[in-house]
Design a protein around this ligand. Structure first.
Ligand code: ADP
Ligand code: MG
Length: 703
């Protein structure tokens, strides 16, 4: 691969200056780029559509011959190119607006593949601005179609010829295959040379699939090798704290809860504590649906550190949430004592503090001092905890609530907070379930614990999509009668354009409207991002103690807010939210004994938005929803769509290749157990370095 990378495409016959430029336009500069410039799709000549069979309004792909090209200038510097094409079954006209280069690209007699939607113009079949690929006089049964090649003026035939040449010229030396034979056999993988050949010129459909499998495996194997090596390197370099796994403080805590732990909580606490006992710093992701009981696990981790005389910090994404956590955790820890040498009784109460913006200046500096002196055991706050110059006596563990707002930089900042260079353990909690394979890829350097069991007694949340005005009116009636029965409700308004101003306005408008109309006579409150921290707190407090019946809020209530008496939630313009967010939101209800309901208002949701709403009606299982979400979104958003630079994940798809992710991870792990530095797999190691630029892995970590 390194040799191919060193060769520029100019070495191939037929690649002159113009073709080299055309190739560069599609980011193909070296022979390696060319070999990994995979077809976007394939056309099977034996079962492709014929022009005569196309239906109006339907997208289709046909292979046809160019009969004539006619270009015309329209008023206002616009251009139109009209191209007549035909096959044995009929003719079709292609119309291109403002693509004058089509005139030069297409010529009579050429074979083209056309992809577009058929419409009708003055009774004539036509496609407007279709995608066109030049295939040349292809003879094979299965014709590859390359991405963006048409615009760059590249023909499939040429690309194939160059690929052929590159493969042929490497024949004498052979293209080495760095994947060990045993692994290839285990997964029935074909050799790499064959795979590269077949992906560019398959003769059967089977060829395509076996080639793809092999190349997908290679991509995922390289990625997993990189992720696992990085994880192990970090573990080796960092000095952690070996916490005491037998901490009886944890047992006293769980014994004081008033409910038995769920099986999952029990298991996960075991995983976390065992990890904390290891001398390398823990870096663990705790996934659990809303309401799965993550707080108890977090507290167990914190107490494991406190027991040994260390401190624990919990960071929440917002002040409101930090305050909520503080109140909740303080009451969970009430009555717990820790042993101490400097007291007559040999024990003292556990000390918990909140360090968030509402904390007044004087108290703030007092807390900071106590943290530095080790007087405070557990501190709860926002990210300011690590950003500010807060010093700890000995920070043993950090719990981070909600992973997506906690980046690599923050993790690094933590290292400075431990005592004597020891890095604190890190537990990241998320209520946004990530499908297992995605977690393996995106968080490949994390260990993952999953709370996959709900505590008993949670009221199921009946979720309904209200589509019509009559249904919406019914929803507000329900809210009124729920309040009449002594209950409370949330009304959630969408974030619009990420602009805090507009956002506040939409919530305010809905608030005004409801107060004057549908919910008149009820005590309605308002909470949005533009309020001052004091106003926000006051709104939350009044809702919590029941002075407000209905809280109209933006997504500031997304996580952590816990008011058991509020069992009804209405989400306005629900089609503007993602699946994960809606699921997260509705987790705010169903926390008490009242029957819980979530109403999704969306008058004209269609397509994917409608499917999202139906999925939410259909299940309350967060992992199931995560899978649906991945299906609906495609993997683009998870792997990210990189704008520039080489991306080694050309073929692999988290959606289609779940098994391959698992297998590649396993293979990489085994290989590295056996040969940690890949000394005996030198070629594979250099490929990982060559193909996976550092940015790739970093990018995956951050996004
Ligand atoms: P999460 O943070 O995962 O959304 P919480 O930790 O806030 O969930 O827990 C949700 C609710 O469930 C809390 O009221 C908590 O006291 C309760 N809870 C947690 N674990 C159990 C359990 N094993 N049995 C019964 N109730 C539990
Ligand atoms: Mg929680």
């Amino acid at each position: 691969m390194a040799d191919f990378e060193a060769m520029k495409v100019g070495v191939l016959s037929g690649v002159g200056r113009a073709k080299a430029e055309a190739l560069a336009a599609v980011a193909v500069e070296s022979v390696l780029d060319l070999l990994t410039y995979y077809p976007r799709r394939y056309i099977d000549r034996t079962n492709q559509a014929a022009i005569g069979d196309l239906e109006d309004g339907v997208e289709a792909m046909v292979m046809a011959q160019v009969d004539s090209v006619f270009s015309k200038r329209l008023p206002g510097r616009r251009t139109m190119v009209r191209v007549a094409v035909s096959d044995d079954s009929g003719r079709l006209s292609l119309v291109f607006f403002n693509q004058p280069w089509r005139d030069r690209q297409l010529a009579e007699g050429q074979e083209v593949v056309v992809f577009g939607k058929l419409d009708r113009y003055r009774g004539q079949h036509q496609m407007t601005n279709p995608i066109v690929d030049l295939v040349g006089d292809e003879t094979g049964r299965i014709v590859p179609v390359y991405p963006q090649s048409a615009k760059a003026g590249l023909q499939t035939r040429e690309i194939r010829r160059w690929v052929d040449e590159a493969l042929r010229r490497s024949q004498p030396r052979g293209i080495s295959d760095p994947v060990p034979e045993t692994l290839r056999q285990r997964h029935g993988l074909i050799g790499r040379h064959r795979a590269l050949d077949r992906i560019h010129r398959p003769t059967t459909q089977d060829d395509r699939y076996s080639a793809r499998d092999r190349l997908v495996f290679d991509e995922l194997l390289r990625l997993q090798l990189k992720l696992i090596m990085r994880k192990r390197a970090v573990e080796q370099a960092a000095v952690g704290i070996s916490h005491d796994a037998g901490a009886e403080l944890v047992e006293r805590f769980t014994g004081s809860l008033g409910f038995p732990l769920t099986g999952a909580q029990h298991r996960v606490i075991g995983e976390v504590v065992a990890d904390m006992a290891r001398p390398v710093p823990m870096h663990r992701l705790l996934q659990g649906d809303v309401g799965a009981g993550k707080t108890v696990v977090a507290v167990a981790a914190m107490l494991t550190a406190v027991q040994g005389g260390h401190q624990a910090a919990l960071m929440a994404p917002t002040e409101v949430l930090a305050t909520q956590h503080f109140l909740g955790i303080r009451s969970l820890l009430e009555g717990l004592v820790v042993s101490t040498d400097d007291s007559l009784l040999g024990e003292r109460p556990l000390r918990v503090a909140l360090l968030a913006n509402p904390t007044p200046g004087a108290e703030r500096s007092r807390i900071q001092e106590s943290l530095a002196d080790g007087v405070i055991d557990v501190v709860i706050g926002t990210h300011a905890l690590i950003q500010e110059a807060v010093g700890f006596s000995s920070l043993g563990v950090v719990v981070v609530d909600e992973q997506h707002r906690f980046g690599v930089e923050q993790r690094a900042a933590l290292r400075a907070k431990g005592s004597q260079g020891a890095s604190p353990d890190v537990l990241v909690m998320t209520a946004t379930p990530i499908p297992r394979t995605a977690a393996m890829t995106v968080y490949g350097d994390l260990d993952v614990s999953v709370l996959d069991e709900m505590p008993p007694g949670r009221t199921p949340i009946a979720t309904r999509w209200a589509q019509t005005a009559a249904e919406e009116a019914g929803v507000w009636e329900q809210v009124r009668s729920e309040v009449g029965r002594g209950g409370q409700a949330y009304v959630v308004c969408p974030l619009i354009e990420e602009s805090a101003g507009v956002d506040a306005r939409s919530a305010t408008e809905i608030y005004e409207r409801l107060r004057a109309g549908e919910l008149s006579g009820l005590r309605v409150g308002l909470l949005h991002g533009r309020l001052t921290p004091a106003e926000k707190r006051s709104a939350m407090d009044r809702f919590r103690v029941g002075e407000i019946d209905v809280l109209v809020a933006t997504t500031v209530i997304e996580v952590g807010v816990d008011v058991p008496n509020a069992a009804i939630m209405v989400v306005v313009d629900a089609d503007r939210f993602g699946i994960a967010q809606l699921h997260q939101l509705r987790g705010r209800v169903g926390r008490g004994d009242r029957p819980a309901a979530c109403w999704l208002l969306a008058a004209d949701a269609v397509g994917v938005a409608a499917e999202r709403l139906r999925a939410l009606e259909g299940t309350t299982d967060g992992f199931e929803l995560a899978e649906v979400d991945l299906e609906l979104r495609g993997e683009g958003t998870i792997l990210g769509e990189r704008q520039k630079g080489r991306n080694d994940l050309q073929l692999a798809s988290l959606r289609r290749d779940k098994e391959w992710v698992v297998w590649a991870r396993r293979a990489a792990g085994e290989m590295l157990d056996d040969d940690p530095g890949l000394q005996r797999h030198g070629e594979l190691r250099s490929e990982v370095e060559l193909l996976l630029v550092d940015g790739d892995a970093d990018y995956l970590m951050k996004s």
